[in-house]
Design a protein around this ligand. Structure first.
Ligand SMILES: [Zn+2]
Ligand SMILES: [Zn+2]
Length: 57
């Protein structure tokens, strides 16, 4: 899992709000808000909110 948004390079600390796609591209919430259809602009994968530390996997 990447530590920063692939679009704007903003740091995405564990427990912070972040989104990942099916292929593990990582994005910050503000960039995701600009993506159409909530799809990854890199590969078209579905974007999902990254689990926070309260949801330890
Ligand atoms: Zn971003
Ligand atoms: Zn992707």
């Amino acid at each position: 899992m990447r530590p920063a948004c692939e679009s704007c390079d903003r740091a995405l600390p564990a427990g912070g709000e972040a989104f990942i796609c099916s292929y593990e591209c990582t994005w910050c919430a503000s960039c995701v808000a600009g993506f159409t259809d909530a799809a990854c602009p890199n590969c078209g994968g579905d974007l999902q909110r990254r689990p926070t530390r309260s949801m330890r996997a």
